[in-house]
Design a protein around this ligand. Sequence first.
Ligand code: COA
Length: 140
Amino acid sequence: MQQLQILSGSWEQFAQDAKLIREQVFIQEQQIAAEDEWDSEDAVSLHFIAYDQGQAIATARLLENNSIGRVAVLKEYRGQGVGRVLMQSIIQLAQQQGRSFVKLSSQVHALPFYASLGFIAEGEEYLDCGIPHMDMRLCF
Ligand code: COA
């Protein structure tokens, strides 16, 4: 993937692009209820968007408590390394900010994706919004 640009900033700056992607991936594709998708964390998270030639194709957010969440790549752009590049830029920024770890709640199908970035699974599997999840952590 050439031309991939990753920008980060506030919800005010990136809500429009993040909403489009999360609407498609989580609400339409994964059938997550809108009231579960949109929460009060958005206003206080750092948001990341990946752009391919100006088009927003992937997003994620980093919470104040070091949680990475809402990681989503548009379906037609998956399997090309976009998610990896997005996650690497979040990890790099978290390190630059002096955080000592990042953590996330992984959908079970995505465990190998996060494991390939160095995250270690911890605890038991559980259901969130009806989808099997497991906690993962990457210590710096
Ligand atoms: N299962 C197993 N391995 C996977 C995987 C999956 N679902 N998704 C990616 N990988 C692996 C790839 O094989 C690749 O490994 P490689 O570099 O050794 O070939 C590596 O992870 C990076 O893949 P990449 O192409 O960067 O991933 P992506 O751009 O497709 O993004 C997701 C991965 C999970 C973000 C994307 O599939 C997605 O948006 N899914 C829908 C939303 C979702 O489930 N988000 C996760 C919520 S926890």
